[in-house]
Design a protein around this ligand. Structure first.
Ligand SMILES: NC(=O)c1ccc[n+]([C@@H]2O[C@H](COP(=O)([O-])OP(=O)(O)OC[C@H]3O[C@@H](n4cnc5c(N)ncnc54)[C@H](O)[C@@H]3O)[C@@H](O)[C@H]2O)c1
Length: 677
C-alpha cells in the first residue's frame, strides 16, 4: 500500500512540475554524475561580442532578478562546453516515456507528444541526455533545459484548437488553429541557404538560435536502435544476397564495420539476425560497454591478437556472433589485411556527418587526446581526421581488390574521404568507387516501391499491447502478400520474417515501439487495424504512428536517401518540403522539417510526422488521407526521375486510386542523345 501511495505522490509531483514550466524559485545548481556520457566540448567559435549576445539570448527565458546569478553561470557553460545548456534547470523527476494517462493534458494528442519527447531524452535511449542530445553526436531535441520546460508546459495546457510552433527547440508559442490542424509544427536548423556551412551550425547553435535536429531527435520520433536494426538487417541481408553465390549463405562470413553509438549500435544485432560474423570497431569504451550490457553485441574484445584468434575460431565453426573491438576501425581494416582475414561485406557508421566535432576519431590518437585536440587545436585535429580517412580508404581499397563488397552506410564516409583527398573516386572522376546502400539496395528494392521505416508506439507502455500489435501486423502482412505482385514478394517475405521474430529479438529500449518496413498499402492497412483495435479495447490505449525521416518521401539527401535519383534533381529539396506541408493539412498530429540529419548540416533537408490513433472515426479518416500522400508523394517524384520500380508502383497505385493522377515521364532513346553533342 505504501508503495502505491509513493507512486501516486510521485505522479502528482511530476504533473505539478510539468505544469509550472520554468520554476518560480531558482533551482539549486546541480552536480552532474561522473558516469553520464557527456557531449564533446564544442568549438569555441564566438567573438567576445557574440558571447555576450549568447548569454543575453539565454537570459531572456528568465526573470531579471535571476540574471546576475545566471549570467556568470551561463558564461561559464559557454566557456567550458561551447554551449549554454542551462544544466541547473534539468528537472529532478526521472526522464522516460510514461503511460499516456500520466501526463497532465487537455489534449490527448499533446500528451502523446510529451510521451515521445520524454522518450527521446530518456538516459537509456539518449546518447548525451544532459545536453538534450538523442543520437548522432549532435542530434538535439532542444538546445537547453528552459526550452524543454516551456514546451512541456505548453503541451500540458494546450487544447485541440491550438498549435504549438517550435523553432529549433524554442517554443515560439501557442497559436489558435483547429482540431484538424497539427498540434505541433517543428522546424530545425532551417537556414538561409548561403548560411548553411558546418561552422554556421557551430556559431548559430552557440548563439542559441538554431539546432541540429538530426532526423528523429528533433522530431520526437526516435525509438532507440531498433529503428535502425530493421533497415540495417534488410540492407545487410541484401548485401550478402547480391554478392554471394546462389548456394552460399552468410554463415561464417565476415561483416566489418565501425560504430556502436545511437544508430550504429544496431549493426551487430542486424548481423546476428542476418546470420553472419560481425566485427565492429568502437573507440569509445563507454559506448561499447553500453551496447554490450544491453545485449546488442555478444562479446567485447580489447586485444587484437585475441580478436584474430576468436574470429578464426568462429569462422571455422560458422558461428553467428557479433564482436565489438574496442579500438580504432582504421587499425582493424589494416591488421585484418595483414593477417589475411577476408572480409565479405564492409561498411562504416562512424558519425562522419560531423567529422571534426566528435563524429570521427582519427587513428593514432587516444579517445581523450582527440577530444582535447578538437577543441584546443581544431586545425590540427582536422588534419588528423584527413590523414586517418586517407589510411582507412587505402586499407579498404586493398580488401576490395580481393573481393570485399564495401558500401557507404549513409554517414557521409565517401564524401568526407573525397574531401580529405583519399583515393576514393571512380575512374570517371565523378562518382565514388563504392556505392551507397541506397543506390544499390534500399533505393531500388524499397524506396522506389514505397517501402520505408514505418513505426508505432503503444502509449499504454504495456508490452502486451505491443505483442498484440505484432500479431495484428503479421496477419495484415500475410493478407497483403497473398495478392501482392511478384515484384514485391521478397520484401513482403523479409518483412513478415522480421515482424514474426521481432518480439523474441528483444528490440525494445525505452518506449514500447515497433518498426516495420511497409509500403503505402501496408501502412494504411496496419494503421486502420490498430485504430480498430484501440476502438474495440483489444489494445488498451491509443497507438502513436510515425516513421524515420530516412524514407521514400520525407528526405532530399543527394548522398543518401535520394542518391538513386539520376535526373539531376537530387540536389533539389522540393519533395521534402511538399511532404511536410502535404502531411500537415491531411491530418498529421505533428510535423517537422529539418536542415541536416544523417549526412550533415547543409547537405540534406528532411521531414517527418507523428499521428495519434485514438480509435476514433476522425483518426480513421486522417490516417488514410495522410499516409497515402506521405508515401506516394515520393514514389511520384522517383517515377518522374525515370526510376523503373517507382514507375511500376505509381502506375499500380493509379489503377487502385482513381483520384490519383501523376505526370509520367516519356523516355528518350540513348541513340538520339548520342548524336546531339
Ligand atoms: N544508414 C542509416 O540508415 C543511418 C541511419 C542513421 C544514421 N546513420 C549515420 O550513421 C552515423 C552514425 O550514427 P550514430 O547515431 O550511431 O552516431 P554516434 O555518434 O552515436 O556513433 C558513432 C560511433 O562511432 C564511433 N567512432 C568514431 N570514430 C571511430 C573510429 N575511427 N573507429 C571506431 N569507432 C569510431 C564513435 O565513438 C561513436 O560511438 C551517422 O553519420 C548517421 O548519420 C546512418
Amino acid at each position: 500500500m505504501n508503495y502505491l501511495k509513493n507512486i501516486k505522490t510521485m505522479s502528482a509531483d511530476f504533473k505539478q512540475q510539468i505544469l509550472q514550466g520554468i520554476p518560480e524559485q531558482l533551482p539549486p545548481k546541480r552536480k552532474i554524475p561522473e558516469y553520464v556520457n557527456r557531449a564533446p566540448k564544442r568549438k569555441d567559435i564566438l567573438s567576445t561580442e557574440e558571447k555576450k549576445l549568447a548569454v543575453q539570448n539565454a537570459l531572456r527565458y528568465f526573470p531579471e532578478k535571476w540574471h546576475k546569478e545566471l549570467a556568470g553561470e551561463f558564461a561559464g557553460e559557454l566557456k567550458e562546453y561551447g554551449r549554454i545548456y542551462m544544466y541547473r534547470f534539468k528537472p529532478e523527476y526521472e526522464m522516460f516515456a510514461r503511460p499516456i494517462n500520466e501526463y497532465p493534458a487537455k489534449s490527448k494528442q499533446a500528451a502523446a507528444i510529451m510521451l515521445m519527447i520524454q522518450n527521446n531524452l530518456d538516459p537509456k535511449v539518449a546518447q548525451h541526455p544532459e545536453e538534450l542530445i538523442t543520437y548522432g553526436g549532435n542530434g538535439a531535441v532542444f538546445q537547453n533545459w528552459a526550452q524543454y520546460l516551456l514546451t512541456m508546459k505548453y503541451l500540458a495546457t494546450m487544447t485541440d484548437d491550438q498549435t504549438l510552433h517550435i523553432y529549433s527547440g524554442h517554443p515560439m508559442g501557442l497559436f489558435p488553429s483547429s482540431k484538424e490542424a497539427p498540434r505541433v509544427v517543428v522546424t530545425n536548423g532551417m537556414m538561409i541557404p548561403n548560411h548553411s556551412q558546418p561552422d554556421d551550425w557551430e556559431k548559430y547553435n552557440a548563439l542559441g538560435v538554431t539546432q541540429y535536429g538530426q532526423m528523429t531527435a528533433g522530431s520526437y520520433m526516435y525509438i532507440g536502435p531498433q529503428g535502425i536494426v530493421h533497415g540495417t538487417t534488410i540492407t545487410l541481408m541484401n548485401a550478402f544476397r547480391n554478392n554471394l553465390k546462389s548456394d552460399e549463405t552468410p554463415a561464417g562470413k565476415i561483416f566489418l564495420t565501425a560504430g556502436l553509438g545511437g544508430m550504429s549500435g544496431a549493426q551487430p544485432k542486424a548481423g546476428n539476425i542476418t546470420g553472419c560474423i560481425t566485427v565492429c570497431a568502437e573507440v569509445n569504451e563507454n559506448a561499447a560497454k553500453k551496447r554490450y550490457t544491453q545485449g546488442w553485441v555478444d562479446v567485447l574484445i580489447y586485444d587484437f591478437e585475441e580478436l584474430v584468434n576468436r574470429v578464426k575460431q568462429v569462422q571455422q565453426n560458422k558461428e553467428t556472433t557479433s564482436i565489438a573491438y574496442v579500438g580504432n576501425v582504421v587499425e582493424l581494416w589494416e591488421r585484418f589485411y595483414d593477417n589475411g582475414i577476408f572480409v565479405h561485406v564492409g561498411s562504416d557508421q562512424t558519425s562522419l556527418h560531423n567529422p571534426y566535432a566528435g563524429g570521427y576519431y582519427p587513428v593514432g590518437l587516444s579517445f581523450d587526446e582527440s577530444n582535447r585536440m578538437m577543441r584546443e587545436n581544431p586545425e590540427l585535429f582536422k588534419q588528423k581526421v584527413h590523414e586517418s580517412l586517407i589510411r582507412q580508404a587505402a586499407a579498404i581499397n586493398k580488401h576490395s581488390a580481393k573481393g570485399t563488397y564495401f558500401f557507404d552506410y549513409g554517414n557521409a564516409f565517401l564524401l568526407e574521404c573525397s574531401r580529405a583527398g583519399a583515393d576514393i573516386m571512380a575512374e570517371n572522376g565523378i562518382d565514388f568507387r563504392y556505392p551507397s546502400y541506397v543506390q544499390d539496395i534500399l533505393g531500388p528494392l524499397c524506396f522506389d516501391y514505397g517501402f520505408g521505416p514505418f513505426r508505432w508506439v503503444c502509449s499504454s507502455g504495456n508490452p502486451e499491447d505491443l505483442e498484440k500489435t505484432d500479431q495484428i501486423a503479421i496477419q495484415v502482412l500475410n493478407e497483403i502478400k497473398a495478392t501482392a505482385p511478384v515484384e514485391i514478394q521478397q520484401q513482403m517475405e523479409d518483412n513478415i520474417k522480421w515482424i514474426s521474430e521481432a518480439g523474441q529479438n528483444k528490440l525494445v529500449v525505452g518506449s514500447q515501439a515497433r518498426i516495420l518496413y511497409s509500403d503505402a498499402e501496408g501502412r494504411i492497412k496496419l494503421a486502420e487495424a490498430f485504430n480498430k483495435a484501440v476502438a474495440s479495447g483489444e489494445i488498451s490505449a491509443p497507438v502513436i504512428l510515425g516513421r524515420d525521416h530516412h524514407d521514400v518521401s520525407g528526405t532530399d539527401s543527394p548522398y543518401r536517401e535520394t542518391s538513386n535519383i539520376y535526373d539531376g534533381s537530387k540536389f533539389t529539396a522540393d519533395m521534402a518540403i511538399h511532404n511536410v506541408i502535404g502531411d500537415s493539412f491531411r491530418g498529421a498530429t505533428w510535423v517537422s522539417i529539418h536542415n541536416g540529419g544523417g549526412v550533415g548540416w547543409g547537405e540534406v533537408i528532411n521531414g517527418g510526422f507523428g499521428m495519434l490513433l485514438d480509435g476514433s472515426e476522425e483518426a480513421d479518416i486522417r490516417l488514410k488521407r495522410m499516409l497515402f500522400y506521405d508515401v506516394n508523394n515520393g514514389i511520384a517524384r522517383r517515377s518522374w526521375a525515370r526510376n523503373k520500380n517507382a514507375r511500376f508502383a505509381i502506375e499500380r497505385e493509379m489503377q487502385r486510386s482513381p483520384e490519383l493522377l501523376i505526370t509520367l515521364p516519356n523516355l528518350v532513346s540513348d541513340e538520339l542523345l548520342e548524336e546531339l553533342f
